[in-house]
Design a protein around this ligand. Sequence first.
Ligand code: NIG
Ligand code: FE
Length: 407
Amino acid sequence: VDALERKRMKSERIRWRHARLATLSGDSPWGWIENGELITEGESLAWVGDAAQLPAGQFDAEHDLGGAVVTPGLIDCHTHLVYGGQRAREFELRLQGASYEEIARAGGGIRSTVTATREAGEDELLALAQRRLDALRAEGVTTVEIKSGYGLSFEAEARCLRVARRLQGADVRCTYLGAHALPPEYQGRQDDYVEAVCDWMAVLHAEGLVDAVDAFCEGIGFTPAQTRRVFEAAQRLGLPIKLHAEQLSDQGGTELACAFQALSCDHLEYLSPAGVQALAASGAVATLLPGAYYFLRETKLPPVAALREAGVPIAISTDHNPGTSPTLSLLLMLNMACTLFRLTPEEALRGVTVNAARALGLADRGQLRAGLRADFCVWDIDHPNELAYYFGRNPLRQAVRAGRIRA
Ligand code: NIG
Ligand code: FE
């Protein structure tokens, strides 16, 4: 495409008519507009509303959506998409009674994925991750967050982040999760490793590979004191933070993360009332991960009613990773968020759109509203509650990303 053609596409005004819109904007249920239309201008939404109020003007093209339901493009705000190998054998061991923590302490778990990831070349990791991303995209994901954390050396973390940056077909936000587990070469030297994680962070950031910083604050991960050092390093670099918090026990990680203006705290099965209040006071998003809850056969539920009561925005994500959530279906997570966590279908959809955008610090997407990016999904359904109703069925007709119909 030459420069002139690109310029023309940039300003192209396209009318998308005969749509039923779940804008998730405003206070009405679903932000619903029954006789809806969209106008895109290049990569943005120029107008969203009721067909009766369509502004006059010329269009470069028109699409008739035939009354289909349109939602914002889906956002998977917590994944570990770049890694080598898989852990089906550990799944078998857990089914025979071993716990996730026992396997981790015995040197399996995250560490076994680290070995497989270090052995894989960059192009091999890219091919694996691209296939996983394509599966997410097939269900309407237009933005995805991807964490490092299976390299755990400067070189291997950099390689995983470069792979994430090279992926095609969705907007990718890269999160540095060097503090995911202790690599074998640092055995017995946890604090030295944390120092290395902070040193690498500055270099990786200088190379343009980091959009946010995360850590695993847990008995089998890092202590709150170590997590704080990671956050302080992020703060010095002006990088936003997120946290794997209270997944297996209450460490007070959420309160710590909120003191650093975290974008989100994720998992939260063991979140205390004080943690709920910290989230509410700081405005951080609670990202719930029903896939990990299900796959680990957890019985302790995150405090959804208390979060709702306190007005904490709730996001939902796949947490795709080989150890605790090897799913590649964000739609299945909508269903599980309702059946397992008792979210409403509307809350679940907000969790993968408007609140997921917020969990990534992205103010330009997540709703259908003039001025935002033209990322939206066209679904072969009659009502948006069907997105959480089906499981194992994909009703996506087409996805539009930055104003362009996706291949
Ligand atoms: O989000 N809890 C820590 N990290 C991942 C699991 C990583 C793994 O087991 O490989 C999670 O659940
Ligand atoms: Fe995770």
